[in-house]
Ligand binder design. Structure first.
Ligand code: XUL
Ligand code: CO
Length: 437
């Protein structure tokens, strides 16, 4: 059965094409920065937005039909699986990501939910082998059901904690069976609304306990992928515990989880935290915790997680610059945690949105590679810190300088004589020259 009739396999046609169903910049086999674009970008489809989200919002019902012609939920789940692989094939996307409840609807009991998951996991495993597709990461939806109204791992109710642990155990099993390269913890409702009813210390200790159990269990069943925490500062709770990269790093180190976990950075989450996307990536990279990316963009004028398909090439360029500086992806990739607007409600819109997002990142990769080979930005930064490679600066960096020595140095100096310009405007113009020449 063909679900996306009339749409052929999308191919690279180059800048000159006038076809909307073609890549202008994503040429999977072209080598950029030492690897093919396919290997550098490791694009993934998000099952929840792409196969499931129907365009509901606070004010209205769905506008997008995602039943795939099925009348009952499990039949719909089966059809979604077939449709997902057709879509990935037509868009030439190698990976996908899912929450347990995206691939199979929750049943009346945990046992029934697990049986449903087993059925769809077997189907996905077969379709993955037939279509040569891979699982970038799996996760558990521990936020949608009303039992998670106060959180899951951070719930005040131990029965909820136990239920979440059971759900995560199953999600780890199916992720392992499908050869997932990662497993994500996004906080969901792990945060609080008011400190008046919250024991923050116990809640965070419990979250860490759950993560330790998850790591131990996953390793015991043969999961060799990376674990990720995906930082987000707000929404759904007022204060999410996984606020931003720096907060998550402090949490991981406090609880001894930093060896097993890396970060999954989402663009729109970064901006909600008051950071740029590149800042969050740089914090992850410079702390050895860069893992994977949820690719999307927010809206400057809106204060929530709009999960739009990324089209801002400045942002994708600065993102890919961080990815290249991190040495590229290892087990992570670019997962489009993005959905079409409620008014873009046809299957064609999903294809057009993926094409725009993939091309925006392909262009970002090409531009980032040009920035690195141009060398002006890197050499400017290197020169800016030159004073640390000689004399007193060198002694500061190698740890041999003392406060007394620095005082004597400052006294003999009189005052700082030179402070060279940061040349921000020039550097911004260099980026434009590289991008638009
Ligand atoms: C929520 C979000 C999630 C995670 C996976 O904002 O980004 O979809 O990526 O749970
Ligand atoms: Co995400």
């Amino acid at each position: 059965m063909e679900f996306f009739k009339g749409i052929d396999k999308v191919k690279y046609e180059g800048k000159g094409t006038d076809s909307p169903y073609a890549f202008r910049f994503y040429d999977p086999d072209a080598v950029i920065g030492g690897k093919t674009m396919r290997e550098q970008l490791r694009f993934a489809m998000s099952y929840w937005h792409t196969m499931c989200a129907e365009g509901t919002d606070m004010f209205g019902v769905g506008t997008i039909d995602k039943s795939y012609g099925a009348l009952e939920p499990m039949e719909s789940a089966r059809r979604k699986a077939y449709a997902a692989f057709e879509l990935m094939n037509k868009l030439d996307i190698d990976y996908f990501c899912f929450h347990d409840r995206d691939i199979a609807p929750e049943g009346a009991t945990l046992a029934k939910s697990n049986a449903r998951l087993d059925e769809i996991t077997a189907l996905l495993k077969r379709l993955m082998a037939e279509n040569n597709k891979k699982l970038l990461w799996g996760t558990a939806n521990c936020f949608g059901n009303k039992r998670y109204m106060h959180g899951a791992g951070t719930a005040p109710n131990a029965d909820v904690f136990a239920f979440a642990a059971a759900q995560i155990k199953k999600a780890l099993e199916i992720t392992t069976v499908l050869g997932g390269e990662g497993y994500v913890f996004w906080g969901g409702r792990e945060g609080y609304e008011t400190l008046l009813n919250t024991d923050m210390a116990l809640e965070q200790d419990n979250m860490a306990r759950l993560m330790h159990m998850a790591v131990d269990y996953a390793r015991s069943i043969g999961f060799t992928g990376d674990f990720y925490i995906e930082p987000k500062p707000k929404e759904p709770t007022k204060h999410q515990y996984d606020f931003d990269s720096a907060t998550v790093l402090a949490f991981l180190r406090k609880y001894g989880l930093d060896k097993d976990f890396k970060l999954n950075i989402e663009a729109n989450h970064a901006t909600l935290a008051g950071h740029t996307f590149a800042h969050e990536l740089c914090v992850a990279r410079t702390n050895g915790a860069f893992g994977s990316i949820d690719a999307n963009q927010g809206d400057m004028l809106l204060g929530w997680d709009t999960d739009q398909f990324p089209t801002n090439v400045y942002d994708t360029t600065l993102c890919m610059l961080e990815v290249l500086r991190a040495g590229g992806f290892t087990k992570g990739g670019l997962n489009f945690d993005a959905k079409t607007r409620r008014g873009s409600n046809t299957p064609e819109d999903i294809f057009l949105a993926y094409i725009s997002g993939m091309d925006a990142f392909a262009l970002g990769l090409r531009m980032a590679d040009k920035i690195i080979s141009d060398g002006r930005i890197d050499s400017f930064v290197k020169n800016r810190y030159e004073s640390y490679s000689v004399g007193i600066g060198k002694r500061i960096v190698d740890g041999s300088a003392t406060m007394e020595e620095l005082e004597a140095y400052a006294l003999s100096m009189g005052d700082v004589k030179t402070n060279i310009s940061g040349r921000q405007e020039y550097l911004e113009n260099v980026i434009n020259q590289i991008m638009f020449s």
